[in-house]
Design a protein around this ligand. Structure first.
Ligand code: GLN
Length: 310
């Protein structure tokens, strides 16, 4: 009897997906509200799969650093949850918003408690809380990503951070509005500086697939120490599944069936608990801010491997 392990099956699957993506004409548009990201060619494509033991497989531009943007919200959530536990959920909810990632509308009805940690409003609250507890939220994020990816060269892209700052009226409005409800502790300019540096992290598909491994290992970091309890890792995965791709989360869950988190740099990470983590990069976005090639590639990945949480 021949036993084909998932491990040996990943590389041909990735190559098949890359060929299919290459033949796909429409790729969406790079994010243009952050000018530094507008220069990305929407035809770039990379994809990496990391197994729980740290083995990585990749195709295309899988070693090319790109702007992680909102993918970083997974790690700041985990780092803050590790520090303060369930008290965090009194300050940010766990429900899908059904609104765009940068929307302001629900905040007034809901007294400054953002719907979830993955829309910008919720991410600002999480980064604020992590900053209060660690003294340097962006620094703690960077140290975590370097350790988990094994890449000491991983860093902020200060040009991207400055570009976001120069075009950051909406995030500033969100932060001030939440602060008016007393749900932000740090001065808003301090928080925005932390948040923009957080989003500016430049990392490759390989880096981010590895950095997300703790969610496939139920909270265990690459060095074997525990970051999150099993129950907290479940919470992060569940919020990714229900809220990680904003107002397209239902569609993503139906098509891909794995917890996932997107960013406007064109990256998406996804988790198959116990089996692997995936990161895909395609800078062309749909109108909800998710990578067109990334969602299509993860859809194919789930179909070809049979991996799903359902
Ligand atoms: N830095 C981006 C913003 O705040 C992150 C949004 C995203 O990646 N969806 O607008």
């Amino acid at each position: 009897m021949v036993i084909v392990t998932v491990s040996t099956a990943f590389q041909p699957v990735l190559e098949r997906i890359a060929e299919e993506v290459e033949r796909t004409p429409g790729r969406g548009r790079s994010a243009d509200y952050i000018p530094a990201l507008a220069a990305y060619d929407p035809r770039r494509f990379g994809m990496a799969v990391a197994e729980p033991d740290g083995t990585v497989h990749g195709v295309g531009d899988w070693r090319e650093p790109f702007s992680a943007q909102s993918v970083t919200k997974v790690y700041t959530l985990a780092l803050d949850l590790a520090r303060e536990g369930d008290a965090l959920w009194e300050h940010v909810g766990r429900e899908p918003s059904g609104t765009p990632f940068n929307s302001l509308v629900q905040l007034e009805y809901e007294d400054g408690i953002p719907r979830n940690p993955f829309i910008n409003a919720g991410a600002l609250v999480v980064t604020d809380r992590l900053h209060t507890r660690s003294g340097d939220a962006a620094g703690e994020l960077l140290a975590f990503l370097r350790a988990e990816s094994g890449n000491p060269g991983l860093d902020f892209d200060l040009e991207v951070a400055a570009s976001q700052g120069a075009h950051g009226d909406r995030n500033a409005a969100l932060a001030h509005f939440i602060a008016s409800y007393g749900n932000i502790d740090n001065p808003v300019p301090v928080l925005l500086d932390q948040y923009f540096r957080q989003c500016s992290v430049a990392a490759s598909c390989a880096d981010l697939a590895l950095a997300t491994g703790f969610l496939a290992r139920h909270g265990i970091r690459a060095d074997g120490t525990r970051l999150l309890s099993r129950s907290q890792a479940k919470q992060v995965n569940a919020v990714m599944l229900t809220c990680g791709t904003y107002d397209a989360a239902g569609d993503f869950a139906s098509r891909v069936g794995l917890p996932g988190k997107s960013g406007v740099g064109g990256g998406i990470v996804a988790v198959a608990p116990d089996r692997c983590t995936v990161c895909v990069w395609g800078p062309g976005l749909d109108k909800r801010g998710n990578s067109v090639a990334g969602v299509a590639a993860l859809d194919r990945f789930a179909a070809l491997t049979g991996l799903s949480v359902f």
